[in-house]
Design a protein around this ligand. Sequence first.
Ligand SMILES: Nc1ncnc2c1ncn2[C@@H]1O[C@H](COP(=O)(O)OP(=O)(O)OP(=O)(O)O)[C@@H](O)[C@H]1O
Ligand SMILES: [Mg+2]
Length: 370
Amino acid sequence: MKKQTADNLLENILNSSLGVSIIATDLRHRITFWNRGAENIFGFTPSEIIGSKVDALYSDTPETREKVLLLRNSVAAGKTLTVEIQQKRRNGSPVWVSLTVAPRTGRNGKLAGALGIGEDITEKRAAQEKYSALEQQLMQSQKMDVLGRLAGSIAHDFNNYLAAIMGYSGIIRKNLSPSDMNSRDLEEIISVTKSAACLAGQLLAFSRKQPAVLQPLNVNEILAAFEKILINVLGTGIELVFDLGKNLPEVNFDKNQLLQVIVNLAMNARDAGAGRLTIKTSLPADKQGNNEFVEITVADNGEGMGDEVKKHLFEPFFTTKEPGKGTGLGLSVVYGIIKQHNGFITVDSRPGAGTIFKITLPCGRPQGAL
Ligand SMILES: Nc1ncnc2c1ncn2[C@@H]1O[C@H](COP(=O)(O)OP(=O)(O)OP(=O)(O)O)[C@@H](O)[C@H]1O
Ligand SMILES: [Mg+2]
């Protein structure tokens, strides 16, 4: 084949693969070749970019810088390497590229630079991320289900044993004169058994096995009725603000359990060093007007929390508090109660930025026996 024909053929091949960028650089990382695919992905024409440093195509993130270094080291060692790397287009927007970089040798057989072949995988990555977020959500809810069942069955048997202890203690108490030297010990047994029953009750709430007495509730009236208790829980120095929406439909809820939810959230806000607790009621913004849901948001300006805490927040026995300060059951009880009423709870929080719990409650009669 004549050289001219061979060159034409090569150029055709390089430029025909429109989805693939082929970029050559010299030893100083300046671009010496730029195909049509590179133009499509990055938006620069060859005349705009040839001669520039290839660094202009990389995003300025520590992760990207680290990968560029890896690529350059591998080229220097005569090796080919493939990475997924964030680059940037002419307009500055990010583009994820699966990039294979190989050493390029000159006529003398010595290293002359690098040859990079890249594929735009931005959409593929976005789809993968969305999928793995959904998968995570599913795993999380399955984990909570399993934990709920486990906690529920333990708490159930535990409660039966406690009932027996309480029963026999009651019989002994009846037969014992108050002056009996064992009387104080017996009272101690009864008191510890009551604490244990309270713990078991919380586990039952998480596993949604607590009996609920449903009644139509006007959330605004109920929350207003909780005000005194909340002020007591919060103590001095924490401002309690109500921001109650108008014309909200009633929800079917167990009043005492709603109190349990709000008190637990308030105690956590207090423990997070909040100076203000805002309780807001409204129709959900995305479901305005259909009266199927009511939203209660409980927001504090406390210390907030990071991703690791958020991940485990609703699990029973997860606590960041010192031993003896928290059992880690508060939010698992909240979660169990909301789920039992077919509602949802989400959290929005960052360290130093406070915390917002959003509870969405359905207004129709909850399905399934409670
Ligand atoms: N409003 C909040 N601000 C910051 N962190 C919070 C908040 N609410 C909960 N947390 C974090 O979530 C953890 C779990 O909360 P949860 O109420 O389940 O247990 P606890 O408060 O530690 O113990 P318990 O409620 O049983 O006394 C807390 O230890 C805390 O780290
Ligand atoms: Mg708590």
